[in-house]
Design a protein around this ligand. Structure first.
Ligand SMILES: [Zn+2]
Length: 86
């Protein structure tokens, strides 16, 4: 399996806020997919959107659901998250 994954992807890390464990399973799926797609495509460009649409056609719905339920004591808008790589 790892033979098909470019080594540059394997060397990168995904860090997840533990507060997100309180979210719905599909919100977590959206977050994980978003981060994994960011390993393939670092910018939120058309290629990023195409990958998200391919693997999770309803990702915008899940993103909006996530953004409607802020974390305790934090303002949270996942659509505006600035990633380390950006
Ligand atoms: Zn991203």
């Amino acid at each position: 399996m790892t033979a098909t994954v470019p080594s540059t992807i394997l060397q990168r890390r995904i860090r997840i806020n533990l507060e997100l464990a309180k979210k719905t399973p599909r919100s977590l799926e959206y977050i994980l997919l978003h981060e994994m797609v960011n390993l393939l495509e670092r910018y939120h460009n058309d290629n990023f959107m195409a990958c998200m649409n391919k693997y999770m056609p309803s990702w915008r719905l899940y993103r909006d659901e996530l953004n409607r339920s802020p974390l305790a004591h934090e303002e949270w808008d996942y659509s505006k998250v600035r990633h380390d790589h950006l």
